[in-house]
Design a protein around this ligand. Structure first.
Ligand code: HEM
Length: 321
């Protein structure tokens, strides 16, 4: 072929491009000029690496604070991926079992990675450094992770997120305002001494409560629990995956997280100061919170022993198999 003549396949592509741009009333030739002058895309621009690496701003001189910040950021990115998958399930116009289970597999994978990497916090910080730099971060706390709360809201009916003491007492299960009032984490974040709302909670509510209420309304009829129970209530593979997700999200990740509190905060009241103010030993354990996204998928015994098997496995791995 004459080197100066246009490859017919390329000509075909140009024709298609011309049609595409013509539909929008655009002149392809101007866009081709643009292509001629524009730079090649680089990896670092594509993923905004410079911006990403400018987002770690320790408040103290302790080197381990950077580890603490980055691990929180990594977790928030995974939370974002989990929400992204849930959103795609909820927005799907023609939800199939295949799509539902494949996206659940992804969510499970993200949570497993988070659970398995928590050693970065549990073993990867010097306690002396942690207890000092943590004081400079008050009253902020991971408790204020809005994405964590959104994952909960999009996964189940709000009534399952009400504090365990009020769960049976709230009569009208579709009264969102009332259920938001009694969400478990709002009841949990009370000051040790006075019983007042912690500042950590007050600030969190001020910033996000409206979003949580709106999201609760939006997901009232399309949270994961509603969707599986209307579309695939009998599917064994869906049920198996939902149980795995429930366990990871409400027992295994919380226990991995709690190990970090146990390592750094112990029982010393001075250490407890380095938190958002909850009595975490009473608040964090899954067996006290009793949060289940899909309670109907667990037997009465499994529910009454919520979190127990995982704790036993962590304490006595040799007995678990
Ligand atoms: C050394 C590491 C950590 C320690 C000692 C720790 C400690 C605590 C404590 C004591 C609480 C109870 C609330 C409070 O009083 O502040 C809490 C809640 C929480 N933290 Fe952490 N945390 C650590 C790392 C993380 C990380 C990496 C994340 C990831 C985003 C995280 C997310 C959360 C969430 C979502 C809650 C609320 C849990 C719930 O309401 O059930 N934490 N944390």
């Amino acid at each position: 072929m004459d080197k100066s003549s246009l490859d017919p396949a390329l000509g075909e592509q140009l024709k298609k491009l011309q049609q595409k741009y013509a539909v929008m009333g655009q002149d392809l030739s101007s866009y081709l000029d643009g292509l001629l002058y524009s730079d090649y895309l680089t990896y670092w621009d594509y993923i905004h690496l410079d911006t990403l690496l400018s987002l770690q701003n320790p408040k103290t001189q302790f080197p381990d604070e950077k580890v603490f910040i980055i691990y929180h950021q990594i977790t928030e990115l995974y939370f974002n991926l989990i929400l992204w998958e849930i959103e795609q399930i909820a927005d799907h116009k023609n939800l199939s079992e295949k799509f539902f289970t494949e996206r659940l597999d992804r969510i499970i994978r993200y949570f497993q990675l988070l659970e398995n990497s928590f050693a970065v916090m549990v073993d990867g910080l010097e306690k002396e450094q942690f207890l000092k730099f943590r004081m400079s971060l008050l009253p902020s706390s991971g408790f204020q992770s809005a994405q964590y709360r959104l994952i909960e809201i999009c996964s189940t009916d709000l009534s399952n997120l009400v504090h365990v003491e009020f769960r049976d007492k709230l009569k009208n299960k579709s009264d969102i305002a009332q259920q938001v009032e009694f969400l478990y984490w709002r009841s949990g974040a009370t000051e040790l001494a006075s019983g007042k709302k912690t500042l950590t909670l007050q600030q969190f509510e001020q910033k996000y409560l409206k979003l949580f209420t709106e999201t609760s309304s939006k997901y009232q009829d399309r949270n994961l629990r509603k969707l599986y129970s209307t579309h695939f209530p009998e599917s064994k593979s869906v049920i198996e995956k939902l149980r795995e997700f429930d366990q990871l999200s409400n027992v295994l990740w919380p226990l991995a997280h709690m190990r970090s509190a146990a390592r750094y905060l112990h029982r010393d009241p001075e250490d407890i100061k380095a938190t958002g103010g909850t009595n975490w030993q009473k608040y964090l354990p899954p067996r006290f919170q009793r949060i289940m996204f899909f309670p109907e998928l667990w037997t009465d015994q499994e529910k009454s022993e919520w979190g127990k098997a995982a704790v036993m496995k962590a304490l006595y791995p040799e007995r678990a198999s």
